[in-house]
Ligand binder design. Sequence first.
Ligand code: ARG
Length: 579
Amino acid sequence: MNIKHLLTEKTLAAFQQLGLTENVNAAVTQSTRPEFGDYQINGAMAAAKLLKTNPRQLAQQLLELLDIADMAESVEIAGPGFINVKLDKNWLASQLTTAATDSRLGVAVNPTPQTVVVDYSAPNLAKEMHVGHLRSTIIGDAVVRTLEFWGDTVIRQNHMGDWGTQFGMLIAHLEDKIAAGVDLETVALADLEDFYREAKKRFDDESGFADKSRDYVVKLQSGDAHCQKLWQMFIDTSIKHSNDVYQKLNVTLTNADIKPESAYNAMLQPIVAELVAKDIAVESQGALVVFLQELADKEGTPSPFIIQKTGGGFLYSTTDLAACQYRSHELAADRIIIFTDARQALHFKQVELVARKAGYLAERTAYDHCPFGTMMGEDGKPFKTRTGGTVKLAELLEEAVVRANAVLQDKVTDLSATEMAEIARKVGIGAVKYADLSKNRTSDYIFSWDAMLSFEGATAPYLQYAYTRVRSILRKAEVAADFHAEIVIGAEQEKLLAVKLLRFEETLQQVMKEAQPNLLCNYLYELASLYMTFYEACPILKEGVEPATRDSRLMLSIFSAKLLHKGLDLLGIEVMERM
Ligand code: ARG
C-alpha cells in the first residue's frame, strides 16, 4: 500500500484527460500540517505554467476529473493551486484491514527488482575496528536490509583495506621477532594494536626500517610466498576481530561478503595500461595521472587523479577503478552504493568520472557515493578516549551494555538475571545504533551516552519499551496468533495512527532512494508516539467497550507491534517481549 503512489497515478490520469501527458509531475506529498489534510497534490502550479493558464482554475479542473471519491473524505483547493486531500476513514479502515493480515505488512512486492552492490564497513585491516567504522557499518547494513525486504538482489561488498603499505612495516617487524627466536604461534597477534604501534614507532624512528618495510611491500605485492604467509596471519586475526564486532552489532556481514583490496591486484596493471593506451592517463613527474577538467578549480587547473606512483606502486584509486569494472560488468550491478566518511567525496567523484570515460562503469550502473559526517565527543571534537586515543569499537559496545544495565536496574524489578543481561545487551547495542542511524547521515553528530540511553525522546530504549507495552496489552487480551477482525476508524487518534501505519512503504522508498535510514528512525518514533496517544484516548480492554470496537483496536495494536518490530529489524535493532 502506497497512498502517495496511488494519488500520483490518479492525478496523472486526470492530467491526461486534460490533454497533458508529457512533462507533468503530480507532485504529491504528505501534508505537513493537519489543516492541509493528509496529502497534497501540488502539480497544478507547474502544469499551469506550462499551459500558460491560471493555476487555481487548472487545479479546479483537475479536481473535477480526479477519481478519488472512494478514498477521500474531502478535497480542497488552497492557496495558489494546492489540492489538499483528506482521506476517508472507511477507506483507510478497509485498506488497513487488508494490510494487517499481509505478511509484507502492506508493502508491495518490488515490481522491478534491481541488482544493487552495497560497499560498506570496509575497515582497514591490521588494526582493530574503531568508532570511525561504526557509521559505515550500521548505515550500510540498514540500507541493505531495507533493499532486500523490498526485493532487490543485494550484493554486499566488504572492501577491506588489506593491501596498503602498512603491511610492509608489519611484516618487517614480525620478521625481526621471528629472527630473535619468538615463536610465530605464540606471537599470535594477541594485541594487534600494540603490535602496530611498535612497528609504526620503528618505522618513524629507526633508520633503515622504513626502507626495509618498503621492500617487503614490493615483495608481498609481487607474490612472494613467505611474505604472503605472514601477511595472511595479520589478515586472519583482523578478520576475526571484525567478525566479533559484526556479531555484537547484529550486522549481517559474513566472510563471504569480503572482497578486499588485494582481490583486485591482478586487474591493476592491465587497467593502467589501458588508460594510457586510451590517452586517458598521462605521465606526469614519473607518475601516471588522469587530469580531470570536469573538476578543475577556479583557475582552471584540472584535478589530478593518480593511478600509478613513481616507482610503479598502485593506489587506493587504482583499486577502486578495478572495483567499478568488477561490480558493473561481472556482478551486473544496476546500482552501486558506497558508504564512507565525507572526506572521501572527491576521491569517489574522480573514480566515477574516470571509470565512465574508460567504460569500467556501464551507463546503466548508477554510482552513489553516500558520505557521512563524523562522530563527535561532547566537547564537540572528534570522539576520542580520555587520553586522546581512538576508541575501539568492541570496547565501546561493551560499555554500552554495562551502561544499559545500570539504567535498567533502576527501572526493572521482576526479571531474572539472565533475562536482564539479554535485555541490557539489546538496549545497549540498540541505543548506540539508533543514536547514530537517526541522525541525518551527512552531518556530524555528538555522541552522548545519557541522550541515547534515555527512555524519553527518539531513542532505541523508548521504541523498545513502546513495543513491549503493546505486546503486554496483547498478552493481557489473550489474543490468538491468528486473531482477525475488521478495523473500524472512529476517533481522530485512530485515524492518525491508521494513516501512519499505511505509510510504511512510502518511508522505505525514501530510505532506499536517499540511502538515509534516519527517515525510518523518524517514522518509527512517530508511529510509537501516535500509538501511545491512541492508547491513552481509546480504551481497549476497559469495561463497556463494544466488542467490535475492542477487536478493531486490538487489530490496530497488533499491526502497530508488527510494524515496530519489522521497522526496528530493518535497522538491525532487536526487540524483546518485556522489560
Ligand atoms: N577502507 C576504506 C577506509 O577505511 C573504505 C573503503 C570504502 N570502499 C571503497 N571502495 N573505497 O576509509
